[in-house]
Every structure is written in structure tokens, then in C-alpha cells.
Design a protein around this ligand. Structure first.
Ligand code: SF4
Ligand code: FES
Length: 255
């Protein structure tokens, strides 16, 4: 089939970008979206033109590297699917697709469809970890965790850090991502000692990175390829309120 592409081309972080029209002829319906871009790039290279830069790594939906806006939707039109797992059979002959990078102040464009998501790394470094020694693998039932909590932690841990939630949010909020990290650690016993410190540090870092605030619009949940639910944001907000209250009480007691 034949697909018309309008792709954001931007040489570097400082130069202005623009949409450029390309025609992808002979697109096979079994190609993944990234394979289709590979073929477009082979054509550009053959003509001596600069190939389109786009992020990717695993190409099997688990690393979080890929992603761009396809007709205004992060990762494209198929729910619960990363761009690398989106196949061309979900489009039809003659479709016109507009590809743009994630748009968020905290994710500056590096080149074409590639953005710098190191703000996510700094959020994790601020508090998205446990520093207690967890030792070697314990006996299965040595630390009791209820089924409900184990399932909740596992579901939250499915977040791959792709950034689609930020890109789709009109506020460019990182709340779904942070909520996922805070939930997967905060639901388990090993995450308890630093639970308050973690949420306070991550929320402060999100402000410093210029991520917006969550206003419960839900676009993040709708495009998340890993099905992370808004519940994680509610848990993060609960943890934050509790942590702020404890900090305030401690300051009063010390005064
Ligand atoms: S919460 Fe979902 S959309 Fe956001 S970074 Fe994680 S996997 Fe991607
Ligand atoms: S390339 Fe790894 S999730 Fe798409």
C-alpha cells in the first residue's frame, strides 16, 4: 500500500523544525511502523538525503525507547501498543500520517522525532529506588505480601518509561509515570522505609524539570501502552499528602 507521511524534521535542538512530506510506496501490511520508517530511510539514504532520526531499541514493546505522535496520538491509533509493535495492517492504502516528536518542555527535541527524556532519569534518581539492602533472593514466603498488593505492584512495574503519558497530557504532567514508580515500590514492604521521602523528592524534582500538574484529564491512561491506571496517581497524591502532613507535624514538634 501507499502511505503519505508528513514528518517533523529538525536538525538539532536549537534550529526550528518543519513538517516534510514523504511518500512511502509499496508498504507491506506486515511491516511494523518502525520497519516502514526504516524503508523510508533507506530511500532517503539512496538519494543522498539525511535519514529521519527516531528512537528505538528492543522493537518488542518492552524497553520504552520508541514513540512519536501519529496524527496527534502518542504511539498511534492502536490502544495498549507501543509504536514498535504497531503494524501497518492497521492503516489503509492512501492514508496520510503526521509524525511529530513528543511535545513537552521537559522533553526537548534532540533531532527529528528524537527527544531527550533524561528528565525521567532524574525523577528516578530523586527517589524512585529503594536503598535498603534487600539481600539475596529470599524464601518465597519469608516476607508476606498480600496477593492484592503483589498484583498492584507488578501492574505498576509494567511502566516502561516511554513518556507517552507526558506527551499526551495537555499539562505535560509526569504524574502517571511517577505514580507507577511510587506504587510499585510503595506497595511492597521493601519500599516502606523511604516512602514519604520518595514521594516528596520526586514531586519536587518534577516541578524543577517543568513537568505540569495533573488535572485528572486521563489522556495519559488512554495512551499508556502498558495499561497503567489513574489509580497510581491517586496513590501518589495520598502518599504526598501524608508525607507533607508528617513533615509539618515534625517541624511544629521541633519548634
Ligand atoms: S506510565 Fe505508561 S505512558 Fe507513561 S511512561 Fe510509563 S508506560 Fe509510558
Ligand atoms: S523499541 Fe522498545 S518499546 Fe519500542
Amino acid at each position: 500500500m501507499r502511505i503519505i507521511l508528513h514528518i517533523w524534521r529538525q536538525r538539532n535542538a536549537t534550529e526550528p523544525g518543519r513538517m516534510v512530506r514523504y511518500e512511502a510506496a509499496d508498504v507491506n501490511e506486515h511491516m511494523s511502523f518502525l520497519e516502514m520508517l526504516d524503508v523510508v530511510n533507506e530511500g532517503l539514504i539512496a538519494k543522498g538525503e539525511e535519514p529521519v532520526a527516531f528512537d528505538h531499541d528492543c522493537r518488542e514493546g518492552i524497553c520504552g525507547m520508541c514513540g512519536c505522535m501519529v496524527n496527534g496520538v502518542a504511539h498511534g491509533p492502536l490502544p495498549g501498543t507501543t509504536l514498535c509493535q504497531l503494524h501497518m495492517r492497521h492503516f489503509k492504502d492512501g492514508d496520510e500520517l503526521y509524525l511529530e516528536p513528543w511535545r513537552a518542555k521537559a522533553f526537548p527535541v534532540v533531532k527529528d522525532l528524537v527527544v531527550d527524556r533524561s528528565a525521567f532519569d532524574r525523577l528516578i534518581a530523586a527517589g524512585g529506588f529503594v536503598s535498603v539492602s534487600t539481600g539475596s533472593a529470599p524464601d518465597g514466603n519469608a516476607v508476606l505480601v498480600s496477593k492484592e498488593k503483589a498484583d498492584g505492584a507488578m501492574d505498576a512495574a509494567a511502566c516502561i518509561g516511554c513518556g507517552a503519558c507526558v506527551a499526551m497530557c495537555p499539562n505535560a504532567s509526569a504524574s502517571l509515570f511517577m505514580g507507577a514508580k511510587i506504587s510499585h515500590l510503595g506497595l511492597l514492604p521493601q519500599g516502606q522505609p523511604e516512602r514519604s521521602q520518595r514521594v516528596e523528592a520526586m514531586v519536587a524534582q518534577a516541578g524543577a524539570e517543568m513537568f505540569g500538574s495533573c488535572t485528572n484529564i486521563g489522556e495519559c491512561e488512554a495512551v499508556c501502552p502498558k495499561g497503567i491506571k489513574l489509580d497510581v496517581i491517586a496513590r501518589m497524591n495520598g502518599d504526598f499528602l501524608r508525607a507533607s502532613w508528617v513533615s509539618r507535624s515534625t517541624v511544629k514538634a521541633e519548634a
